[in-house]
Design a protein around this ligand. Structure first.
Ligand code: FAD
Length: 559
């Protein structure tokens, strides 16, 4: 089937739903596609909160500066100014839509402290902030009459004369493939956490949209910038929100020392994430950890704070490790959490490809640069989701409707049918996925060097060869997750390759990229973005994009 819309949004997380709402408000015909039910998108897992400078002693300029310093001066300052200055209106709007943000004893909106921020400016709903926002926006897009294709899985983007004009998707319930044609497409498909193993991300965060955009020629930027979160639970890698440290939790090493005083004497546990993750990695490597972990200590916060403001992580530590954080410190380690890089866009969400917009974690505006501050990602999804919704609606109105697309749909149907029929030769997606993820964690994690990155590249190339022989275990059509797992693995391999190429290119240490062979930041040569393009089956092509500096020249970064 071929279905026509003005704007098709690929992804129903916060970025996608906020974009869809804005496009619908502009009066165009909008559809949202999601491979899971919208409220199961990873945005629903966000715990800690969302930043905005609303309080009297705060200002958007201070928020912008904290963000830029956090980014290790790689963020584009014009884009950060937009995000920080527009943040208050987005938070207030969400509150008016019905999000029950925490209120203090006087009934005023209350904040909590977060890492890398010089003021407490994080607004929150307990430790389920993402879920509260996501359900509210879902209500809003239903009310606005947005068409939702849920449990539809995108397999390819449709381009006509260099412009993005649609996406082919599998309706997972029937197994049928359909082409959604559109005047404009907004990529809002989230991050790629699962390229690493373990990760705090949901199993569905496999970077599909980033890879789909890359395959049709949209450039990606800052892909080397992969954030490790300092507090992920031992074993499972689940997130213990930064809000715990925001509420006053300590990090301890094996001898009970608050080691952050040696690395970040001013901000301690609330230094930027890259700084804390590196400090923990050093503690563990030098033998001051236990079982490759350090400890998150909440005992002194008491049951009143923990049970009122952090009930979810209390339950997670109890369920998954049998540890009651009210009485016992919790073992944690740095774990893959977020990608600062993604599809390169301007501040309206427009990419280099006409008709393609991008917002949220799959996009790179770049407001996070080398390191994202906690609680700035939810904000990014709302501000740039809204902006890309408005800009794409405007663009789509001026585009001629299409009559083509049947041949493209047929070729995708043939490709997917051939994949389904491929015989089993002993290679499974699960094994390859695990090998990829553990290798990325080992070689392309907190610390990197040339030898490790070259080895990673070799492994990825071998895995890509083996991928050609992966069979789909289930041959049926109805809800065939074996098929989508295989397609996801293909996306993940492409993304892993762009991360490693970009990390090899940047021969300095900045933000989340810590090269032990190039330990210093080098502004003279590297105050620029690494941009990567796909290149017809050959090695990807790399070029550079300047960093926009408005008011804040680079300084030494201390916490
Ligand atoms: C555990 C956790 C806690 C976090 N806590 C915070 C926090 O407190 N504050 C903060 O600011 N940030 C936080 N973050 C980061 C933040 O939640 C995410 O960066 C943000 O929610 C991403 O939103 P998104 O809309 O871009 O993508 P997502 O919410 O991931 O949505 C992606 C959408 O794309 C769809 N999709 C993907 N691939 C396909 C495909 N092939 N076909 C069809 N649909 C597809 C999915 O179905 C989904 O609807 C947290 C992240 C995690 C993992």
């Amino acid at each position: 089937m071929i279905l026509d819309h003005d704007v098709v949004v690929l992804g129903a997380g916060l970025a996608g739903m906020r974009a869809a709402l804005e496009a619908a408000r502009a009066g165009v015909k909008v559809a949202v596609v999601s491979k899971v039910h919208p409220v199961r998108s990873h945005s629903g897992a966000a715990q800690g909160g969302i930043n905005a400078a609303i309080g009297k002693d705060d200002s958007w300029e201070i928020h912008a500066f904290d963000t830029i310093k956090g980014s290790d001066y790689l963020a584009d300052q014009d884009a950060v100014e937009i995000m920080a200055s527009e943040a208050p209106r987005d938070i207030i709007e969400l509150e008016h839509m019905g999000v029950t943000f925490f209120r203090d004893d006087q009934g005023k909106l209350g904040t909590r402290a977060f890492g890398g921020a010089s003021k407490a400016r994080t607004y929150f709903v307990g430790d389920i902030t993402g879920q509260a926002l996501l359900y509210t926006l879902y209500d809003q897009i239903l009310k606005a009459g947005v068409q939702i294709y849920e449990e539809w899985f995108a397999t390819a983007l449709y381009t006509v004369e260099g412009a993005c004009r649609g996406a082919v998707c599998i309706d997972m319930l029937s197994g049928e493939l359909h082409l959604l044609r559109a005047g404009a497409i907004i990529m809002a498909s989230g991050g790629c956490g699962r390229v690493y193993e373990p990760s705090t991300n949901a199993l569905i965060c496999t970077g599909d949209g980033i890879a789909l955009a890359y395959r049709v020629g949209a450039p990606l930027m800052d892909m080397e910038m992969v954030q490790y979160h300092p507090t992920t639970l031992k074993g499972s890698g689940f997130l213990m929100t930064e809000a715990a440290r925001g509420e006053g939790a300590y990090l301890l090493n094996a001898s009970g020392e608050r080691f952050m005083q040696r690395y970040a004497p001013k901000m301690m546990e609330l230094a930027s994430r890259d700084v804390v993750s590196r400090s923990e990695t050093i503690e563990i490597a030098e033998g001051r950890g236990v079982d490759d972990c350090v400890f998150l200590d909440l005992r002194h916060l008491g049951p009143e704070v923990v049970m009122r403001k952090l009930p979810q992580i209390h339950e997670m530590a109890l369920d998954f490790l049998g540890i009651d954080m009210l009485t016992t410190p919790v073992p944690v380690r740095p774990g893959m959490h977020y990608i600062m890089g993604g599809i390169k866009t301007d501040a309206t969400g427009a990419t280099a490809m006409p008709g393609m917009y991008a917002a949220g974690e799959c996009a790179c505006v770049s407001v996070h640069g080398g390191n994202r501050l906690g609680a700035n990602s939810l904000l990014d999804t709302l501000v740039f989701g809204r902006r890309s919704g408005a800009a794409s609606a405007n663009y789509a109105r001026q585009v001629q409707p299409l009559t083509s697309g049947e041949d493209f749909l047929r070729s995708e149907q043939v490709r997917i049918a051939a994949l389904l029929e491929r015989p089993y030769e002993g290679e499974t997606h699960a094994r390859l996925r695990l090998e990829l993820g553990t290798m990325m964690d080992r070689n392309v994690g907190v610390y990197r060097d040339e030898a490790g990155l070259q080895a990673a590249l070799q492994t990825i190339q071998q895995l890509k060869q083996r991928y050609q022989h992966v069979a789909v275990g289930d041959k049926s059509r109805v809800y065939n997750q074996a098929l989508t797992f295989v397609l996801e693995l293909g996306y993940m391999l492409d993304i892993a390759e762009t991360i490693v190429y970009s990390a090899l290119t940047r021969t300095e240490s900045r933000g989340a990229q810590s090269r032990t062979d190039f330990p210093k930041r080098n502004d003279a040569e590297w105050l620029k973005h690494v941009v990567i393009h796909s290149h017809d089956g050959q090695a990807p092509a790399i070029d550079f994009s300047p960093v926009s500096i408005t008011k804040w020249p680079p300084q030494e970064r201390t916490y």
